[in-house]
Design a protein around this ligand. Structure first.
Ligand SMILES: Cc1cc2nc3c(=O)[nH]c(=O)nc-3n(C[C@H](O)[C@H](O)[C@H](O)COP(=O)(O)O)c2cc1C
Length: 224
């Protein structure tokens, strides 16, 4: 397999960048939903702010180490993110593996937050009974010591499913294995999971043709 050339974005990142551009300065364009699994196997989902890219297929989230999700991620690091770009009417489902860690030594992540954004990490322990007398700072300055529970979560994305508003029900699905090119990922993914439909054409007719072809191929494949 050939890795994506240096500096080149995976195809789904280029599409996502276009969709984000259409959202303009809409704050909600940076909100995504993170789904995790608890120790008892039940699902949890909540909204987080997308903080940036730390690799071609790796994104960053910030959270509070005292929140439930950190225990869930320790128990099960496989996650799914759902990112809706409403103006583009595109939904990105990103599957990957989460790694939790301390912020970088240069404190860039902590400093990237606004004073009011940083203040959330100065609030009392989440999930505990509310106490009105507890400190709820409105702001924390850039040079405030970084709380131990300021956690950077890096999601390494392995699979991307993009639903675009074609006429009908079909989604474009890009599958990416690490930084491998889409076509190679396509071949790889086909052999791993022949029941998926991979479409690289915006034409709904091509979609139908591909879908038919793949259904036949996957049946043949499953007989082998
Ligand atoms: C618009 C919005 C943005 C949020 N951004 C974050 C975030 O970046 N990081 C975070 O840990 N929680 C964020 N939250 C709070 C989470 O949705 C969640 O309530 C909290 O993290 C506790 O989740 P948990 O108990 O499942 O760990 C946000 C909530 C909203 C409504």
């Amino acid at each position: 397999m050939t890795a994506v050339m240096d500096g080149a974005l995976p195809p789904w990142r280029q599409r996502l960048r276009g969709a984000l551009k259409r959202e303009g300065r809409q704050v909600s364009a940076r909100w995504l939903q993170l789904a995790t699994v608890t120790a008892d196997g039940t699902p949890r989902v909540r909204t987080l702010v997308f903080r940036g890219w730390s690799g071609a297929a790796q994104l960053e989230l910030y959270t509070d180490g005292r929140s439930s999700k950190t225990a869930e991620l320790t128990h099960q690091s496989q996650v799914e993110l759902c990112w809706l770009l409403s103006k583009a009417k595109q939904q990105y489902r990103l599957r990957g593996t989460a790694a939790q860690g301390a912020p970088a030594a240069d404190q860039s992540q902590w400093r990237s937050l606004s004073p009011s954004g940083r203040a959330l990490w100065g609030w009392p322990h989440p999930g505990q009974p509310f106490q009105s007398v507890a400190p709820f700072p409105q702001e924390l300055p850039e040079d405030a010591p970084i709380p131990e529970h300021f956690i950077v979560v890096q999601i390494s994305i392995q699979q991307v499913f993009v639903k675009v508003p074609l006429h009908l029900l079909y989604a474009w699905q890009y599958v990416l294995q690490h930084d491998f090119l889409m076509l190679q990922s396509f071949l790889h993914a086909f052999f791993v999971s022949p029941s998926f439909i991979f479409i690289f054409s915006p034409s709904v007719y091509h979609v139908g043709a591909f879908a038919g072809l793949f259904q036949v191929a996957s049946r043949l494949f499953s007989m082998i």
